[in-house]
Design a protein around this ligand. Structure first.
Ligand SMILES: [Fe+2]
Length: 240
């Protein structure tokens, strides 16, 4: 019975008309602590099917940093960023599953200096709580409007951060939520190496995020920002 109700809830949040009262009610439930229980349950079910993530661990180098792409749940991704292959210090981006990230950090003996969260949805911040327990000295960073779970270092548009030897710039891109931020890294040493952006749920490989909170106009303005601020060839880490 409970399982049926949960599946009904998840189905409704993605099919109800945005702006309608039932949609608002379902959405408020999703972003509440109740939503974290639903996310935890979904993670448990996904691990029965994909115990080590739905895709192989992949590491790639762009813009002067090394990014390890970690899959979790059914189609989500988190990222571990290091200044180069030889360092243990790292940054985590969008930790929707703390267990899988902690396993990798321990396996490779990487030390997270900071955890960056693009927005408050549980598939992007549920794992922050577990990371906080495992790495209490890490800095948890998120947008000042969204205030994602556990984040105490709240950032806003244009802020620059220097973490683990990596320079990061914050951009506010509202629409999916009213406090969504993306993180840009641009420290390539050659002009042919493009900047990278962790886009959260604003842009995907083949689409954009649902306007759960913002208006379509806000989303268009946010997408215009990508077009105006970033050069052609910018790498978008946007798989989920
Ligand atoms: Fe989201």
């Amino acid at each position: 019975m409970f399982s049926t109700l949960v599946d009904f809830f998840r189905e409704q949040i993605f099919t109800l008309k945005e702006g309608s009262y039932p949609f608002w009610l379902m959405y408020r439930g999703y972003v509440s602590p109740l939503g974290s229980l639903l996310h935890a349950r979904m993670l448990r079910k996904a691990k029965e099917q994909f115990p080590k993530g739905h895709r192989k661990l992949t590491t790639t180098t762009y813009s002067g940093v090394v990014v390890t792409i970690v899959s979790f749940a059914y189609d989500n991704y988190a990222y571990i960023v290091r200044k180069n292959m030889d360092v243990n210090q790292c940054l985590i981006v969008d930790c929707g599953d703390g267990e899988i990230i902690i396993d990798i950090l321990k396996e490779f003996q990487w030390d997270p200096i900071a955890v960056l969260t693009t927005h408050k949805h549980w598939d992007h911040c549920y794992g922050n709580a577990a990371l906080k327990v495992a790495y209490p000295n890490a800095c948890f960073i998120g947008g000042k409007v969204d205030r994602p779970s556990i984040c105490t270092r709240l950032v806003s548009d244009g802020e620059e951060l220097d973490l683990a030897g990596i320079l990061i710039k914050v951009h506010e891109v509202f629409g999916h939520t009213l406090g969504h931020v993306v993180y840009e890294i641009n420290q390539a040493t050659t002009s042919t190496d493009p900047p990278i952006i962790f886009t959260g749920d604003t842009i995907f490989v083949a689409g954009i995020g649902k306007t759960f909170e913002g208006t379509n106009e806000q989303m268009v303005a946010s997408l215009d920002q990508f077009k105006n601020k970033f050069c052609l060839g910018t790498i978008l880490f946007s798989w989920s």
